[in-house]
Ligand binder design. Sequence first.
Ligand code: PGA
Length: 251
Amino acid sequence: MNKASNAKRRQLVVGNWKMNGSLQENAGLLASITAGWQGNTDVVICPPFPYLQQVCELLKNTPIMLGAQTVSEHDKGAFTGEISASMLTDLNCKFVIIGHNERRRMQHESDEQIVHKFIAVQKAGLIPILCVGESLQDREQGRHLETINRQLNAVFAHTGKDVFENAVLAYEPVWAVGTGKTALPEQAEEVHRFMRSQLGRLAEEVRILYGGSVKAHNAQQLFALPDIDGALLGGASLNAEEFLAICKAAD
Ligand code: PGA
């Protein structure tokens, strides 16, 4: 079955605002996005935690869904500064980004910790967007598939593969995130195909997003690839015109 005829692989575009925005900026950005968007692609916005409530309100009665950028692996308790998955469901979140490379690198999140976050997210009824991706060094040494395999297997070993029925994967080569350097279509497709091949009976059903310097000018080419089901956007999600152009390209 090709992706266009596969209802489970509806195109998905996720905007990860990272640590950007203000009450005023968010309101302006979302006014333009919600006014300009209608289509069949699933669209998700992941603002910083303090703005979840605001964005939740502003997305009411629109087709755009709310997501979070990370979550604690714990249910509740003495974890100063952490946010639990059930708090995110309270705020109408539907998706949570897990294992983003900025958190793997800067917050030293381990494969093990990421598995527990993944489990916590699903336990709360939310959909994890599990990010994997190789470093520039891995890529230059031809070890990119090995790294992706390790990151995927860390989760599969704990959860099995069937839980991916309610999960999204994202391939984000570390060297392409925030650098303006996108993976070549053949590089992205090779990894997406590989990831799909690791999913067992769900191989043709799981949505696999590409992330890393996706912009309006290169989105179409990436979305045309057979194993790419949408994008995880950083920079491009902060500009309404750019974001809408990418959502439309996915449609
Ligand atoms: P970028 O970020 O689009 O700015 O490269 C992607 C991401 O971090 O998800």
